[in-house]
Design a protein. Structure first.
Lengths: 127, 297
């Protein structure tokens, strides 16, 4: 993977480390990054985007704790070999957390009670 | 216990100030500022023009004596720094004036002799890269070129502490990005401590690990860049709910229709103030620039 694959928006309200972690999730889920693929080093990403290296390590750390990345001795960070199905339900649910929180916020803003939203969501999931 | 902890911290910290007060013509330029920089941190100092950024930097480095309070650099009183401590620091003022009778190349050759870790190759490379006419007298260069030469001087000395006052003003977007890259990588590779003031907030968001927000001579807050975005947000309340607004907020604006915008902070459990839960209330995440405008605007 090349550091240029990441798209950093420093002025966005989402912190840069979250932007990186989220993009790694999507690139891996979408198959653009395949198991075993080597990631650019923290320094390479920091240099390419002129961002603080600590921000990059933090993002890599999150992706590692989610089981997306794996640190290989002497090689660096690679895309983890584990398949989606091998991850626990809890880990997979964690990937949905940002969208669930956003949904909950919208529901609050629209002053909607929970029941009709849950009914609709249940229907969508059943389809 | 806390006081003792602070004593030991500021005894070794690259920069530490406590209780700084300074006035110009009876106006408070600094009004009780406490700030400690940890080694390896990159602190972006933001504030409006006249907020006291340059004054704070000058007092921190001992270039200006404060009315009250103390400033220390690597544990030494800033006003009486030893030569050894000075050799570990590089400072680039907004308008460098020193050695104006030399050309850029002569100046860099000259000052390079005083720095034990002077990087001659880097200095030469950057002069070309930033398109400085190296044989023209510094006095004849534009203010922007002059500050670029001074930035090269500061970086080539490979300091342990790098202090930059509004470095972005002199640089085009490409050169600015290069400077940020240098700053970020040096902090990561060599543990260089960096303090830079800026009003270009996106620069800070890239390279800085922390942000300090100076407003009317006071530090409004100091926080990790990422934490700032996660910890503060704008709470919007329609007019009918404005009575429910929390008493504590960093800023408060009432709009023409009676609705309220407040900058609020998560509590220790990570929750927004209760009013955010009311139906019809809205919480908007803010980038640093929006946060800055909400608070200082």
């Amino acid at each position: 993977m090349d550091a240029s694959l990441l798209n950093i928006q420093p002025a966005a309200s989402e912190p840069i480390y979250r932007q990186i972690a989220e993009q790694l999730r999507r690139l891996i889920a979408g198959g653009q990054l395949v198991p075993g693929e080597l990631l650019p080093s923290v320094r390479e990403v920091a240099a390419f985007h002129a961002i603080n290296p600590m921000t990059v390590s933090r993002a890599y750390g999150i992706a590692e704790s989610e089981g997306l990345l794996e640190r290989l001795r002497g090689k660096g960070m690679t895309v983890a070999a584990t398949r989606l199905a091998n991850r626990t339900e809890h880990q997979r649910l964690a990937l949905l957390e940002p969208q669930l929180q956003a949904l909950a916020r919208h529901v609050g803003e629209l002053e909607l009670p929970a029941e009709p939203v849950l009914r609709r969501l249940t229907k969508l999931l059943g389809e | 216990m806390n006081a003792m902890l602070r004593e030991t911290e500021s005894a070794t910290a690259p920069l530490a100030v406590r209780g700084l007060v300074h006035r110009y013509d009876g106006c408070n330029a600094l009004d009780g500022v406490d700030l400690v920089l940890e080694p390896g941190s990159v602190l972006g100092l933001v504030g409006r023009n006249g907020a006291g950024k340059s004054t704070l930097i000058r007092v921190m480095l001992g270039l200006l004596e404060p009315r009250a309070g103390e400033a220390r650099v690597f544990g030494e009183p800033a006003l009486t720094l030893s030569d050894a401590a000075k050799a570990r620091i590089a400072y680039v003022p907004q308008q460098p004036e020193a050695l104006a009778w030399l050309s850029a190349r002569q100046m860099l050759d000259f000052v390079g002799r005083f720095y034990p870790r002077w990087d001659k190759v880097f200095a030469k490379h950057m002069l070309e890269r930033w398109q400085i006419p190296e044989n023209k007298l510094l006095a004849k260069l534009s203010p922007g070129e002059r500050q670029r030469v001074d930035l090269i001087r500061a970086l080539a000395s490979q300091p342990e502490l790098l202090v930059l006052d509004e470095p972005a003003a002199a640089l085009d977007p490409v050169a600015r990005r290069e400077l940020l890259r240098e700053v970020a990588l040096r902090a990561g590779d060599a543990g260089t401590t960096v303090l830079f003031s800026t009003h270009i907030v996106s620069d800070l968001e890239r390279a800085a690990s922390e942000v300090a927000f100076l407003h009317q001579g006071r530090l409004l807050f100091r926080c990790g860049v990422d934490d700032t975005k996660e910890r503060y947000a704008r709470l919007w309340l329609p007019a009918r709910m404005s009575a429910a607004a929390p008493a504590q907020s960093l800023s408060r604006h009432r709009h023409d229709d009676g609705s309220l915008s407040l900058v609020v902070e998560r509590d220790s459990r990570g929750c927004w103030p209760e009013a955010a839960e009311l139906a019809g209330a809205r919480i908007d995440a803010l980038g640093l620039e929006d946060l800055f405008v909400e608070i200082a605007g």
